[in-house]
Design a binder for this molecule. Structure first.
Ligand code: TRP
Length: 458
């Protein structure tokens, strides 16, 4: 690729722009839909007892997720710049303290840390894609399938190979630019993702475990819900909508200034939720048909699911489809985790987008190596309490940095930016929706986030 920055996509403002709103919708959904929906959501539903947890999760999306999502996109769109400058420029415009930019920096740090362990897990899906293509597990019994995953985690070289491949894919796409890279790849990959998911759900409806899975997800039994479950649901509503680190903010900054954001935010949240529920409807019927455990935790997709697939007609085909789906979902999210960091460093240093992407990618790749070694050679290295490096990265970001970022974003949007009538207009939230958004993003969300953070720290 030759120098493609500073082409027509940036002609008017010096800042990139999406081709149109539909494209924005797709890339934002691409960011939201990821390992969080397909890997994490089913297993935390399994660990927290099913229907009641799903209901609480839906409430969190509506009460906290959507208002913060609106705030994030609106801030980015008003500022038309990377998250750090968005905070500082808007703070200046509102005559507020520039320390608000600290929240932008929190997002930049979160980006490095989240992407490093995200890439390791995405690497597992690459390995399973290979396994299903080559049919390596053919004829294995349940024990052998379980051992396969245990052995994968014990092999630093295999983990390193796939982590590197995944990072390289992510960086190569991002390096090509907002339009020529991100937009181009996601406008074809998201439709494929939806088609595969629909096929997988239709397949699952044919299995005898389907009705049990349906009841499991949608019949509410509050006796199974714990306080911990409520907090996990809250934290996950953040992670799954890509909130709290400026990913949605930077995507919003590539929107035209007159774009209304409320409707788009609802559409993103609805699509993301549908995909999570459909992932549950695609996975649990297989698990139940084979009488496997729904509460098996993070290995649900890498032990229980392959086990079920091995026993099903066309299992190899659906295995390939499933892990390919997981890969494109992870890739479109990873690109969005990189983008705030990339746009910040690029705007600050004026280096080329391509060079910056590879530079940041290398740093993330290095941190990721320490995360994958946590499963084997460095399993004795504890960072935070008893947590190994991988768990510490996950913990610090999901429980501390993202809630902190989300807290700052919603307070700043409601109590600073929307206080001034000139900047309030820039947000693009219509008068009829404004009071509800103000209460939900300015009061309800910060309180709820405060509770998550409190729990995360205690
Ligand atoms: N939402 C993605 C998922 O569900 C992950 C993700 C992408 C993310 N961008 C983010 C999480 C920004 C937190 C912050 O897998």
């Amino acid at each position: 690729m030759k120098k493609s920055f500073n082409t027509e996509e940036q002609k008017t403002t010096g800042h990139s722009q999406w081709s149109n709103r539909g494209v924005f919708l797709l890339v934002a959904i691409g960011s939201a839909v990821g390992l969080g929906n397909i890997w994490k959501f089913p297993y935390i539903v399994g660990e927290n007892g099913g229907g009641a947890f799903v209901l609480v999760y839906l409430l969190c999306i509506v009460l906290v997720g959507v208002p913060v999502l609106i705030a994030e996109i609106a801030l980015g769109k008003s500022a038309q710049s990377n998250p750090v400058s968005a905070f500082s420029n808007l703070a200046v415009a509102c005559k507020a303290n520039r320390f608000w930019a600290l929240f932008g920096y929190v997002g930049i740090i979160s980006g490095f840390l989240i992407l490093s362990f995200y890439s390791v897990v995405a690497g597992w899906s690459l390995e399973y894609l290979r396994v299903f293509i080559q049919n390596d597990l053919l004829g294995s019994d349940a024990r052998a399938v379980e051992q396969y995953f245990t052995q994968l985690l014990a092999s630093p070289n295999t983990l390193l190979l796939w982590h590197s491949v995944f990072m390289l894919l992510t960086v190569a796409i991002a390096a090509r630019g907002v339009r020529k890279g991100i937009e181009k790849i996601i406008t074809w990959s998201m439709p494929i993702l939806f088609v595969i998911l629909v096929i997988l759900v239709l397949y699952a409806t044919q299995l005898e475990g389907f009705s049990k899975a349906f009841d499991y997800l949608f019949v509410v039994d509050f006796s199974k819900l714990t306080t911990d479950g409520v907090l996990i649901a809250l934290g996950h509503s953040f992670f799954t909508l890509s909130l709290g680190m400026g990913a949605m903010m930077v995507y919003g900054s590539y929107l035209q200034k007159d774009t209304p954001v409320v409707k788009l935010s609802f559409m993103i949240a609805i699509a993301d939720t549908l995909v999570a529920l459909m992932a549950g409807l695609a996975i649990f019927p297989l698990i139940f048909t084979y009488g496997l455990q729904s509460a098996s935790g993070p290995s649900l997709l890498f032990i229980s699911l392959p086990n079920a697939l091995l026993n099903l007609p066309f299992g190899q085909f659906f295995g390939i489809a499933f892990f390919f789906l997981l890969l494109i979902a992870a890739l479109s999210s990873a690109i969005s985790i990189l983008e705030p960091v990339l746009s910040f460093v690029q705007q600050k240093t004026r280096l080329s987008r391509r060079f910056t992407a590879y530079l940041i990618g290398s740093i993330v790749w290095l941190i990721g190596i320490s995360a994958l070694l946590a499963f084997n050679n460095w399993s004795d290295v504890h960072l935070l309490g008893e947590r190994n490096i991988f768990d510490s990265l996950d913990y610090v970001t999901t429980n501390i940095l993202l809630p902190l970022g989300g807290f700052g974003i919603s307070i700043f949007a409601v109590w600073v930016v929307s206080k001034q009538s000139s900047t309030r207009k820039l947000l693009g939230i219509s008068d009829s929706k404004y009071p509800i958004w103000r209460i939900s993003a300015g009061i309800i969300a910060p309180i709820v986030i405060g509770v998550i953070a409190w729990n995360g720290l205690s």
